[in-house]
Design a protein around this ligand. Sequence first.
Ligand code: BV8
Ligand code: ZN
Length: 258
Amino acid sequence: MPSMESQVEIERAAAALAGAERVVVLTGAGVSAESGVPTFRASDGLWEGHRIEDVATPYGFASNPRLVWQFYNGRRANLQNVTPNPGHHALAAMERHWRDRFALATQNVDGLHRRAGSERVLELHGNIQRTRCTGCAQVEDRGLEPLGELPQCPRCGAMLRPDIVWFHEMLPDDILWEAQQAASECDVFLVVGTSAVVYPAAGLIPLAKQTRTPGATVIEINLNATEASHLADIGLYGPSGVILPLLVQKLGIKVEHA
Ligand code: BV8
Ligand code: ZN
């Protein structure tokens, strides 16, 4: 049973959302944790047993593409047994409620927001279902089908890579720009399940707070405090799969399980 203090915070958050004209949400790996997707930094700097440099940088891919595809094929296979959790569904319901005055920017590449029915998802770091050709740059949605050890482009024969933004790579500038615009214009900014250490995604939080006067009301939903907690006006600490449905219930927003 949530404490008295968290009850008060939940009421404050619901009141802020009830009066919101424009809402923006930034999600990270924590929003998919209750679906069984491992978070990024839970381990000791290793990611499912791999060093970040080896599996999530262009240099890692250049020096050992087979290892990188083994890592991503493994994550794609795991996602076949994963479904969106009530937190994803609550966010899809929020989008249906605020329509074009709502934006969801995610750092996650698991595609679970779309599978939960969210339509306008700003995928800041790409999507693990898509491949991109290193030769002709063709991008294809390959779902979660097995792709083989070193998949090649059906069009030009060059090697494919995951259509994902690795460390030291630029984010897609159109998507980042759209997220930055939305963050700078919103009056409530929800930060859900992110340690807020990866930039430029984490830069959306201060942007929401500082661009206009008064800045957006920032609501953090996380299991614990993060690098962004000092920017939060309201902190809701607990599982997002519990807190988000509670919030939309208080707002009288109907959640459909797509
Ligand atoms: C860039 C794709 C410009 C891979 C990812 C030196 C040289 C170059 C760049 C840099 C540098 N130093 C710093 C940088 C910038 C770098 C960066 O920010 N590094 C950090 C680590 C300091 N950023 C970049 O490189 C970006 N590009 O800057 O380009 C440039 C270009 C060239 C040269 C210089 C600059 C690119 C960043 C994108 C990297 N790609 N993902 C993949 O996913 O396969 S980022 C990776 O981290 C994931 O996408 C992940 O989503 C993201 C952020 O992590 P989180 O989502 O926050 O996950 P985490 O596990 O950390 O936290 C989970 C949270 O959930 C926790 O707080 C936990 O408490 C909470 N939680 C858990 N369970 C629950 C929960 N909350 C609620 N409920 C629960 N149930
Ligand atoms: Zn090609």
